[in-house]
Design a protein around this ligand. Structure first.
Ligand SMILES: *[C@@H]1O[C@H](CO)[C@@H](O)[C@H](O)[C@H]1NC(C)=O
Ligand SMILES: *[C@@H]1O[C@H](CO)[C@@H](O)[C@H](O)[C@H]1NC(C)=O
Ligand SMILES: *[C@@H]1O[C@H](CO)[C@@H](O)[C@H](O)[C@H]1NC(C)=O
Ligand SMILES: *[C@@H]1O[C@H](CO)[C@@H](O)[C@H](O)[C@H]1NC(C)=O
Ligand SMILES: *[C@@H]1O[C@H](CO)[C@@H](O)[C@H](O)[C@H]1NC(C)=O
Ligand SMILES: *[C@@H]1O[C@H](CO)[C@@H](O)[C@H](O)[C@H]1NC(C)=O
Ligand SMILES: *[C@@H]1O[C@H](CO)[C@@H](O)[C@H](O)[C@H]1NC(C)=O
Ligand SMILES: *[C@@H]1O[C@H](CO)[C@@H](O)[C@H](O)[C@H]1NC(C)=O
Ligand SMILES: *[C@@H]1O[C@H](CO)[C@@H](O)[C@H](O)[C@H]1NC(C)=O
Ligand SMILES: *[C@@H]1O[C@H](CO)[C@@H](O)[C@H](O)[C@H]1NC(C)=O
Ligand SMILES: *[C@@H]1O[C@H](CO)[C@@H](O)[C@H](O)[C@H]1NC(C)=O
Ligand SMILES: *[C@@H]1O[C@H](CO)[C@@H](O)[C@H](O)[C@H]1NC(C)=O
Length: 714
């Protein structure tokens, strides 16, 4: 599009109506809904709904109830003390919930039983002196309730409560092994642990019988067990058998140092037993070549089997997840792969009622689709998807065998619907874009995709196109070229409150969001190929994607183009700045990226650094990826105006990377701006901070693309 004259461009932009466009404020204030959870008889489902008011500065969370027969949605509870609930107890509407406070007001929580049809029946059953969360519970044959929760625990096994913990006189932190810090916190002696408890049933209701049992703390060898594994582990790292007799939890491999390995194992322990009774279900060696990270351990509905995912590679976080099914008897586990050579990496699973089918969700061609897989599927079985657009947030098998799906799309923050086992949508309950004012006008017409050929992979690669509201093919719009993080990840057809590509498009851009080498969902080869190739394969792919846009999409004005990315996408901005593609953009935006690859070890997950650089750090060596793909070694070429964001609590990529980038741009006299949040990590989540993030970045790119017509980028 380099031939389009600036005069024509400006006229087109000036006439761009902003009606129905979604602004950063509207997106940030809009409702955010959790995944729907149906009651055992499948009559209704409940989900949380959180919004924000920029006027009052208040976050409001309510719970909504969806009648699965009539589709009617009503308020279930406005009481924000209810932080979690599960359906369990004598009737189909009985629940157990966590109240985020307790009567002691000591930083602990309390447990209540209630009837979902009438929350005023709530009855206090236990006050717990620590901030437990992650509630799972089942009713046993005797009528008692067995439950699991998790919390940080001291090395002696006692649950940790920050509100009542003693503050030492000195703030010193001392370490003899890693991690020193992880994601956004410095490590202390406390680690996550799964705790179990019993609520005894009597004619007067339930009461806590005895204390809670810690199943995890103290299981130590080279390292000590931790479950859920921080920083992102949650209740998906443990499960309770449907009869309440067995607990499974997942921990990093206790025989291996944390510095080098991702391997994790699932332990089985009898409910009420001790940590000493726990047995690993999938120790290294249980299945030849399977040594990697495990996830999603889940009992079948009859409790006889456990399904889970595991990767082969012992030090890789983005290897292919393979589905396994094992007997829930560690002595006779009979671990069997399910559709073991399927070239997709599922990450969510649900059992069918009869235990014959596993419903899994996996990244697939830019979506996260649901696939039913028979548990006896052998190698060679080719799963067929039963959902299409969107990224799945929740799958629940209803009593009638249909699936209750909660997902999101680029145009909708939450859709809730049912599908049958063949993929027919049987009920469409909620589409946020049709009910939320902020999303009004958004729809599938806002999004398209294209495939282009490139010289790094045999397969063609995909890119999303996101159009501004009231898009017309007869007009032209500057290019916003957005590179995803990971690098093993993807731009999906999903809603985001951090990088909402529709919000970017509605500033007046056509957004191009390519899925180059490294992207997940097109087979493991494309994902794996990025390792030791950060600066060449994905860079070439992005050049090809840009060329495709430039020659094939007449409505995109590349002359006015800008590019942006976070994390690996930020690294790529810094790399592009030193390479010819950098000269094709009027402005660049780096959010929390790598500036100097020789500083990689200031990160925390060092097995990732080792893996993607083809080994541990080497002394000066021109063939080593640490040197070859280092953005600062191309400093002499830096010239494009560059906006830099980097946050203090980002321990994945320390803030010094962003400061160094900005300082080097300033020394060279390249127009640049630095934005820092002292209270944000690798992501910007506080809505007020996010509004500033959007406002400042948009001021910058809208000046350099000409969208704003402003006379200064500042
Ligand atoms: C947020 O949700 C509450 C409860 O549903 C509602 O009363 C309020 O109007 C909503 N606020 C905004 C800004 O949407
Ligand atoms: C759901 O709606 C149906 C049909 O209107 C009604 O009969 C039923 O009582 C409702 N269920 C609940 C749990 O409100
Ligand atoms: C929980 O309840 C207490 C006492 O009713 C109240 O003061 C507090 O604001 C509530 N906390 C939350 C997080 O809703
Ligand atoms: C729950 O609902 C199912 C289906 O309607 C019914 O068969 C079952 O008896 C109910 N259970 C209880 C405990 O009421
Ligand atoms: C939560 O606990 C607080 C403190 O004990 C109590 O005042 C409040 O009523 C409880 N709320 C609910 C919904 O259980
Ligand atoms: C465990 O250690 C913590 C912190 O030192 C202490 O407060 C707690 O009393 C200990 N628990 C037991 C059972 O000794
Ligand atoms: C600790 O790990 C080593 C090395 O894997 C192993 O030989 C040993 O049996 C383990 N010890 C315990 C108590 O698990
Ligand atoms: C980590 O792996 C490297 C490379 O294989 C090896 O040299 C080193 O000894 C390992 N470190 C530990 C603590 O096992
Ligand atoms: C092990 O699992 C396979 C696959 O499900 C099954 O065919 C076989 O009978 C099982 N063997 C035992 C001993 O359970
Ligand atoms: C499965 O995915 C394909 C694209 O690969 C899509 O066309 C199809 O509609 C999906 N099937 C269902 C049942 O959603
Ligand atoms: C992945 O790469 C391997 C090794 O080059 C090759 O044998 C295999 O056929 C490739 N798989 C696919 C699905 O392209
Ligand atoms: C240089 O780095 C490469 C790749 O990391 C490695 O294979 C090689 O052994 C290194 N050579 C020296 C002299 O360190």
């Amino acid at each position: 599009m380099r031939s389009i004259s600036r005069t024509v461009m400006t006229a087109a932009l000036a006439s761009l109506p902003l009606i129905n466009a979604i602004t950063p404020e509207a997106m940030l204030a809009a409702p955010r809904r959790g995944a729907a959870v149906a009651n055992p008889s499948g009559e209704f489902a409940v989900y949380s709904n959180t919004n924000y008011s920029f006027e009052t500065g208040e976050v409001t969370t309510i719970w909504e109830q969806l009648n699965l027969t009539s589709g009617e949605i009503s308020t279930w509870s406005t009481n924000s003390n209810i932080s979690e609930f599960v359906f369990v107890g004598p009737s189909n509407t009985s629940i157990l919930y966590i109240n985020a406070t307790n009567e002691e007001g000591d930083g602990g929580v309390s447990l209540y039983t209630a009837d979902a049809a009438d929350l005023s029946t709530a009855s206090l059953v236990a006050s717990l002196p620590a901030p437990y969360s992650g509630l799972k519970a089942v009713a046993t044959e005797s009528g008692d309730i067995h439950f699991l929760v998790y919390a940080l625990a001291y090395p002696n096994g006692t649950a940790y409560n920050a509100d009542t913990a003693e503050t030492p006189a000195s703030t010193a932190r001392i370490y003899t092994d890693i991690y020193v810090r992880h994601w956004d916190y410095w490590l202390s002696a406390e680690r996550n642990a799964v705790f179990g408890g019993v609520l005894s049933s009597s004619s007067s209701g339930y009461s806590l019988n005895g204390g809670l049992t810690n199943y995890v703390t103290g299981l130590c060898n080279a390292t000590c067990a931790e479950s859920p594994v921080q920083p992102f582990g949650d209740s998906g790292h443990y499960d309770l058998s449907p009869d309440g007799s067995q607990v499974i939890f997942l921990t990093k491999n206790i025989d291996l140092p944390l510095a080098n390995y991702t391997s994790s194992q699932i332990y089985l322990v009898p409910f009420g037993g001790t940590m000493n009774d726990s047995i690993p279900l999938n120790p290294i060696g249980a299945t030849p070549d399977v040594e990697g990270a495990s996830s999603a351990p889940t009992f079948s509905k009859d409790g006889s089997k456990i399904a889970y995912f595991q990767m082969n590679g012992i030090d890789y976080e983005s290897d292919r997840n393979i589905i396994y099914v094992a007997n829930s008897d560690a002595e006779n586990s009979n671990i069997t792969a399910v559709a073991g050579d399927w070239d997709r990496s599922p990450d969510t699973l649900a059992w069918s009622h009869d235990g014959s089918v596993l419903y899994v969700a996996a990244p697939d061609l830019g979506r996260e689709r649901v696939f039913p897989i028979p548990v006896d599927a052998a190698a060679g079985f080719v799963p067929m998807n039963i959902t299409d657009e969107g990224v799945t947030a929740g799958i629940q098998v209803l009593p009638n065998g249909e699936l209750l799906i909660s997902d999101s799309k680029i145009w909708s923050s939450r859709d809730i619907y049912t599908v049958d086992s063949k993929g027919a949508v049987t009920n469409m309950y909620l589409q946020a874009n049709l009910v939320d004012e902020a999303l009004s006008g958004l729809g599938p017409q806002d999004v398209s995709e294209f495939y282009y050929s490139t010289n790094s992979s045999e397969i063609d690669q995909q890119s999303w196109i996101i159009y501004p509201s009231n898009f017309s093919e007869d007009q032209t719009y500057p290019l916003a070229f957005v590179v995803h993080g990971g690098p093993q990840g993807a731009h999906f057809n999903s809603w985001s409150t951090r990088w909402n590509l529709k919000v970017w498009a509605d500033q007046g851009y056509v957004v191009i969001a390519p899925n180059p080498t490294a992207s997940t969902g097109w087979g493991q080869n494309l994902t794996d190929a990025v390792s030791t190739h950060w600066g060449d394969y994905p860079y070439w792919d992005l050049v090809h994607a840009w060329e495709y846009v430039n020659t094939s999409l007449p409505y995109v004005d590349t002359v006015r183009g800008i590019a942006a990315g976070a994390s690996f996408g930020g690294y790529m901005m810094n790399w592009i700045q030193g390479h010819p593609l950098g000269r094709r953009f009027n402005a660049l935006v780096t959010h929390d990226g790598v500036t100097n690859s020789l500083s990689d070890y200031a990160s925390e997950e060092l097995w990732f650094i080792n893996h993607d650089n083809g080994g541990i750090f080497t002394s000066p060596n021109t063939t080593s990826p640490y040197y070859r793909w280092n953005p600062i070694l191309f400093y002499e070429n830096w010239a494009t105006p560059h906006f830099v964001v980097h946050n203090d609590l980002d321990f994945r990529l320390p803030v010094s990377e962003g400061i160094m980038l900005f300082n080097m741009l300033q020394v060279k006299g390249v127009p640049s701006k630095f934005l820092n949040f002292p209270d944000e990590n690798h992501w910007v989540q506080n809505r007020e901070n996010s509004l500033v993030w959007h406002t400042e970045i948009f001021k910058w790119i809208n000046y350099y693309s000409g969208v704003s017509g402003a006379d200064s980028p500042y």
